[in-house]
Design a protein around this ligand. Structure first.
Ligand code: OSB
Ligand code: MG
Length: 371
């Protein structure tokens, strides 16, 4: 497939509520949408970089820079037979996985649309209901946290994840566990602790959590292995896994037992498939993480989540949870804790609301020939 044209569009999008984690709070998002054209088809992807370098060093602006100044000039006008070939062209770009992934994901969607098949088929998944969980940000009070967890349980979400940080961990988790003794409950620290706090983290063992997500440093696996040996709660790695090699090494040394797979963080679908397979060979389940995506990214995540080793509910909650006005035309709603894989057409199976996107876009860059 020859990449004839690429469009990168930035769209301001306000979350219904501020989302607070151990690394900061966000409400005003700047979502990047990539459109890739070939042979009359257009592939879509969302670039999941955040607005500030809190979760990853990548931001909306670094992704804009790397895509504009390095990736687009290297791929537009060129022919690629596969995602591997595309990735090979970009192999000299160290890091910046979120930027590279956006282009790789648009290529997969373009391929699937050109073949007239749903993306999950190309990825090796199957048409099955996708169990979904919900990620609850840090709240002002324990009462609010319990109330939000109650809403989530009522809506049928199959897992409730609480964001934690030092000073906001044992109490809210205890309160939610007491209110809901039987739900699958997890916590996500986004790297807010160090090994010195291992005895404190061990206290969470009493709540029978499905896992504790990324308690220690974003670039660590060694201390996670030490911690895992001291606590009963399985560790789920998020920030620490940026490649299939990271996954192999982490699982080899016992740094965790579960992986939160985010396509952007690991450089795209090809790497996601590899990490999925490596985790499976270790008997470690994976689940699909979220980056406060709009419908474009969520649709892609749902297709990926259909691969067989995605055995835990993902952070692919309803689009309406975050957005009054999503950027896609079709709703993406969880019903009784399950999302259907969107198949309103081939590829990721949703369509971009181009009228709206063009009306509110804050900037756009274009490479290659006319549409
Ligand atoms: O650590 O999983 C995370 C959001 C932004 C950055 C990092 C994370 C998150 C979430 C939200 O937990 C998941 C979602 O999109 O619903
Ligand atoms: Mg996480």
């Amino acid at each position: 497939m020859k990449i004839e044209r690429l469009e990168l569009t930035e769209v301001p999008l306000r979350l219904k509520f501020p989302f607070r984690t151990s690394f900061g709070s966000v409400q005003d998002r700047r979502v990047l949408i990539l459109s890739m054209y070939s042979g009359g088809e257009v592939g879509l992807a969302e670039c999941v970089a955040g607005e500030s370098p809190g979760y990853s060093y990548e931001t909306t602006d670094t992704a804009w820079h790397v895509i504009s100044d390095f990736i687009a000039p290297a791929v537009v006008g060129k022919e690629f037979a596969s995602a591997e070939e595309l990735l090979h062209e970009l192999r000299y770009i160290r890091g910046h996985n979120i930027a590279v992934a956006a282009v790789e994901m648009a290529f997969w969607d373009l391929q699937a649309r050109s073949l007239g098949v749903p993306l999950y088929q190309l990825l090796g998944g199957s048409d099955r209901p996708i169990p979904v969980g919900i990620s609850l940000g840090i709240q002002e009070s324990v009462e609010e946290t319990v109330a939000l967890a109650a809403d989530s349980v009522e809506q049928g979400y199959g897992r409730v994840k609480l964001k934690i940080k030092p000073g906001w961990d044992y109490e809210p988790v205890k309160a939610v566990r007491e209110a809901f003794p039987d739900i699958s409950l997890t916590v996500d620290a986004n790297s807010a602790y160090t090994l010195i706090q291992a005895p404190h983290l061990k206290r969470l063992d009493e709540f029978g959590l499905t896992y504790i997500e990324q308690p220690l440093a974003h670039d660590d696996i060694l201390d996670h292995a030490t911690l895992q040996a001291q606590i009963d709660t399985p560790i789920c790695l998020d920030e620490s896994i940026n490649s299939p090699e990271d996954a192999r090494k982490a699982l080899t040394i016992g740094a965790g037992k579960v992986i939160n797979l985010k396509v952007g963080r690991v450089r795209g679908f090809r790497a996601s498939q590899a990490i999925h397979d490596i985790a499976r060979s270790f008997g470690a389940p994976v689940w699909c993480g979220g980056m406060l995506e709009c419908g474009v990214g969520r649709a892609a995540n749902l297709h990926l989540s259909s691969l067989p080793n995605f055995t835990l509910p993902g952070d692919t909650s309803s689009g309406s949870r975050y957005w009054d006005q999503d950027l896609i035309n079709e709703p993406l709603e969880a019903v009784d804790g399950v999302q259907a894989i969107p198949q309103h057409g081939p590829g990721i199976g949703v369509s971009l609301n181009r009228d709206y996107v063009e009306r509110v876009a804050s900037r756009e860059a274009v490479w290659g020939a006319g549409r």
